[in-house]
Ligand binder design. Structure first.
Ligand SMILES: Cc1cc2nc3c(=O)[nH]c(=O)nc-3n(C[C@H](O)[C@H](O)[C@H](O)COP(=O)(O)O)c2cc1C
Length: 229
């Protein structure tokens, strides 16, 4: 399988990407998959300028000449696409959002209405074979609503992807927290193996990956202690 990983953290040492790397270790245990990792922070990706030049050319590329067209080539070719990024203001970081915006060359202007009333653009080619997985870390402890906006965006943009939304990910960067972070990394590795076999994750696995490493009250207490409160 060809696997495209879009690492959208602007940080060189991304806590979320540590989880993704563990996942990839399990996913590619037998070394049989081709994995392309794009660190978006290293790429030149201008914001979409809304010209719809791509819909005049209709060749699956953007009229802006920067690194996005190489990403679009990998995108079209992939069997699995993993979006790995931290939650920023209840959404994806802006550099990665520019990548998402500029996938517009992969759809046509023509629209269709689905049975449930959702309106979509027609795909330029049949992308229904592509499996999408979203791995998102965040700085808050678990609370209802933190991921709601992102989940809706991903649901419509990626047609119901597998999604793993992990609270408290800054703990992955705290050496003293290894006692709770290492078991989570191990769970991600096992989940990678499950994904390689099934190309999806069971609800039980997703729930296990999203389980907070420490209770929310304790997390808030520790963050506030670190902030001098
Ligand atoms: C600009 C900005 C916005 C953020 N917004 C949120 C947010 O809406 N919800 C949240 O839980 N964490 C938020 N965070 C915290 C990050 O998601 C968190 O630090 C994450 O662990 C960073 O992951 P990374 O190391 O993979 O980049 C935000 C951080 C930044 C810098």
């Amino acid at each position: 399988m060809k696997i495209l990983v879009l690492n959208g953290s602007p940080k060189k040492k991304s806590d979320t990407f540590r989880l993704t790397e563990a996942f990839l270790k399990g996913l590619n245990r037998k070394g049989e998959h081709e994995i392309n990792i794009v660190h978006v922070r290293e790429k030149q990706i201008a914001p979409c300028k809304g010209c719809f030049g791509c819909w005049q050319k209709m060749d699956g590329h953007c009229v802006i000449r920067d690194d996005q067209n190489a990403i679009l080539d990998l995108y079209r070719d992939a069997d699995v696409i993993i979006w790995s990024f931290p939650l920023y203001c209840y959404a994806m970081p802006s550099q990665l959002k520019a990548v998402l915006d500029r996938t517009i060359p992969l759809v046509k202007m023509a629209m269709r209405m689905e049975e449930d009333g959702t309106v979509r653009h027609e795909d330029l080619a049949d992308f229904s074979r592509i499996h999408t997985l979203v791995i998102c870390g965040c700085g808050f402890p678990n609370w209802d609503g933190n991921f709601d906006g992102l989940k809706k965006t991903c649901e419509v943009c990626f047609c119901g992807p597998d999604m793993v939304c992990v609270p408290e990910t800054p703990l992955l960067n705290v050496p003293e927290a290894a006692i709770v972070a290492d078991p989570l990394l191990q769970k991600f590795e096992s989940a990678g193996e499950e994904y390689a076999a099934a190309l999806t994750l069971s609800p039980e696995t997703v729930a296990a990956l999203e389980t907070p490493m420490i209770p929310k009250e304790e997390y808030i207490r520790q963050v506030n202690a670190g902030a001098g409160k």
